[in-house]
Design a protein around this ligand. Sequence first.
Ligand code: C5P
Length: 206
Amino acid sequence: MIIAIDGPAASGKGTLARRLAGHLKLPHLDTGLLYRATARALIEHGHDLADRAAAVSAARSLALTNFDETLLRGREMAEAASVVAAIPEVRAALIDMQRSFARRPGGAVLDGRDIGTVICPEADCKIFVTASDEARATRRALELRGRGEKVDYAAVVEDIRKRDERDSSRSTAPLKPATDAVMLDTTKLDVEGAFRAALAIVETVP
Ligand code: C5P
């Protein structure tokens, strides 16, 4: 079974995907990490984020096993990831890796922005996770503070707004629900509530 979970920044899709994968004993791929790692490689080597050739080469050199998440989860890398993710050649360079992960025997859970629309249009179950802007900003601010970043709420609201706008308006694989995705609004749900609601959706798959 392939489960595709998409949604905007800080909607709770990552936590949800991890919980579902653990429960169903399926491997999980957080595809945002691929874009974050591409951006980090560029920055580390002193390249401009708009340097397409360098961005494509960084994306092609990624190996799924060598992510140091602690270096990728911060504010700066989220913003940079969204810039490189708008480059069509970068997205193309990352497709095979994601599809072969999804097609492992037994299935997989993938979360991102374009899993249900582009990476796995054939997924058995597609969930598009949303939450109000306020709920998402509150969660992201808590997460960043938990990681030791000093952030104020207004800056986080602005980050999320800018990133969603860029992710939704790009020409290649914009953030949008697949026509056959089930919408899940987590605004009023805690982690456990969101997990139960998602599991109920997964359980409707024949
Ligand atoms: O999900 P996360 O916040 O880690 O994603 C970081 C950025 O990577 C997103 O804002 C988006 O620009 C990009 N991304 C994407 N397609 C995906 C996953 C992430 O464009 N499937």
